[in-house]
Design a protein around this ligand. Structure first.
Ligand SMILES: O=C1O[C@H](COP(=O)(O)O)[C@@H](O)[C@H](O)[C@H]1O
Length: 239
């Protein structure tokens, strides 16, 4: 297992740094189909803008199949939709076949969609000997409460779920979400966290140093074979 932390001056540096590493990594991927689960929230927006503007012609997007690590149970045109954000900033700006974009149907019944999305993943992603899907790359973020994907501290049982996806509930808004579970995050060939902002510094330090309250933060439990934290100086202030 290799874990690395890459520090950049600011959020723009994090996005540009990850985009450059991503292009170099993608160039090493020889398989026909590369499977990637995207993160949501605000942090990846700069990355999506960079992909849409600077990498539209530099990456063969048609070889990539995109999924989501988590999605809010809202319509795709809702400003809360993780898919909607990626579509506007990036997917609409690159040459990618519609069938390569595997969105969570946030507008559907969450329990039915959880199962449908699991099957969608099983239909396109390599499966290991224990029936756990193995994405080539999973992008993650982290909330100020240490949640990652939509695995929140009050639903930490999802870190060990036998299912591919679970229906999560946001602790404050009670918004339902569909999230990948811990075993799927940990089975990915490569995981990259993008984390920015001083409000995440204390939690990030505990997650990376495995100190203090780290065990209560779901992000601490991501232990993929190849794990990199892309952080800005503000988030890294307590490292
Ligand atoms: O709700 C979510 O939160 C995390 C962190 O989001 P951010 O806005 O602080 O970047 C995100 O990684 C997750 O995908 C998202 O749905």
């Amino acid at each position: 297992m290799s874990t690395e932390t890459k520090k950049f001056a600011d959020p723009a540096g994090v996005a540009a740094g990850f985009a450059a590493d991503f292009a170099a990594w993608f160039a090493t991927q020889t398989q026909d189909k590369v499977t990637i689960a995207l993160s949501g929230g605000s942090t990846p927006k700069m990355l999506f803008e960079i992909w849409g503007k600077e990498y539209a012609d530099k990456i063969d997007w048609s070889r990539i199949h995109f999924f989501w690590g988590d999605e809010r149970c809202v319509a795709p045109d809702d400003s809360d939709s993780n898919y909607g954000v990626a579509k506007t900033l990036f997917l609409d700006k690159v040459q990618i076949p519609a069938e390569n974009v595997h969105r969570v149907l946030g507008e559907a019944d969450p329990d039915e969609e959880r199962l449908r999305y699991e099957n969608e993943i099983y239909g396109h992603v390599d499966i290991d000997e224990n029936a756990v899907p193995q994405f080539d790359l999973i992008l993650l973020g982290m909330g100020t409460d240490g949640h990652t994907a939509s695995i929140f501290p009050h639903q930490s049982q999802f870190l060990k779920s036998p299912q591919v996806c679970e229906v999560a509930i946001h602790p404050e808004s009670a918004q339902k979400r569909i999230t990948l579970t811990g075993p799927v995050l940990n089975r990915a060939k490569k995981v990259a966290f993008l984390i920015t902002g001083g409000d995440k510094a204390e939690v990030l330090a505990q997650v990376i140093k495995k100190e203090g309250d780290f065990a209560n933060f779901p992000a601490s439990h991501v232990e993929a074979a190849d794990l990199t934290f892309y952080v800005d100086e503000a988030a890294a202030a307590s490292l």
